[in-house]
Design a protein around this ligand. Structure first.
Ligand SMILES: Cc1ncc(COP(=O)(O)O)c(C=O)c1O
Length: 243
């Protein structure tokens, strides 16, 4: 059939079927090898039980409950001059989040910490951030994690040549509903409200949007905290400021 007169050309697409991992790997390597800058110099996966340096292999199983149910928590740490900034405080928050999300880590805290440090060292990256997740783990596509034999731990190093923004930025208040406190304080992977709040800001030509609660109190930004400096240079934190 002539393509121009075909009313539904999309229906004739021939999807390749790969029966071996080798073919898939070739495709993934094609994608990552085509001059794309390697922004992720290392990943750790407890599913593999190792640090992975090949970005084509930095994958998560599709039956992982963090992927299809959002049953996962995460945290971060900035990487500056090869040092992880406030890693211990972030790890404490990470474990508080996992406890609230009822995810039992597959390793004790000290092992999680050691893995993150070894992953960062293996990356040879000196500036950027790390991000790490605890997930209910792979198992099935149900809601309950009963079918997941073991929670999973993932981490990644993200190279980034960021610099502190010293200029003012435009912000707007968000019309996207904010998360209730239980979900806002548990750092979980359900960031759709945050994504929509950022997109809303971008659509309005702003850098970020800020949530204001029902009583008019300023809460937080989609991935930042909000603080103020008064004339006497005292920080005034969120709860005391009414818009
Ligand atoms: C929703 C939200 N608020 C605040 C923050 C700031 O967190 P931190 O305490 O790590 O600076 C983040 C960082 O990821 C965030 O996602």
């Amino acid at each position: 059939m002539d393509g121009s007169s075909d009313p539904n050309p999309g229906a004739h697409v021939q999807v390749p079927v790969y029966s071996t991992g080798v073919e898939v790997l070739e495709k993934l390597k094609e994608q990552w090898g085509s001059g794309r800058k390697q922004a992720y110099p290392a990943m750790y996966s407890s599913v593999i039980g190792a640090i992975i340096l090949d970005p084509a292999m930095m994958v998560i199983p599709i039956d992982d409950h963090m992927v299809h149910r959002g049953h996962g928590v995460f945290d971060t740490a900035m990487l500056m001059d090869g040092y992880l900034y406030e890693l211990d405080a972030h790890l404490d928050r990470f474990l508080r989040s996992s406890s609230k999300a009822k995810i039992t880590p597959p390793f004790p805290r000290e092992t999680l910490r050691t893995i993150l440090i070894q992953m960062t060292a293996a990356s040879k990256c000196k500036k950027g951030s790390i991000r790490y997740w605890l997930s209910a783990g792979p198992g099935d596509f149900l809601l309950s994690p009963k079918g997941c034999p073991k929670a999973a731990f993932y981490g990644v190093v993200i190279g980034n040549d960021y610099s502190q923004c010293k200029e003012g930025v435009k912000v707007v208040t968000s019309n996207t509903p904010m998360k209730p406190p239980m979900f806002a304080t548990m750092k979980n992977v359900n960031y759709l409200p945050n994504v929509l709040a950022v997109m809303e800001a971008e659509e309005k030509g702003a850098f970020a949007s800020i949530w204001v609660d029902e009583q008019g109190y300023i809460a937080e930004g989609p991935n930042v905290n909000v603080a103020f400096i008064s004339k006497s240079r005292i920080w005034c934190f969120l709860h005391s400021i009414k818009s």
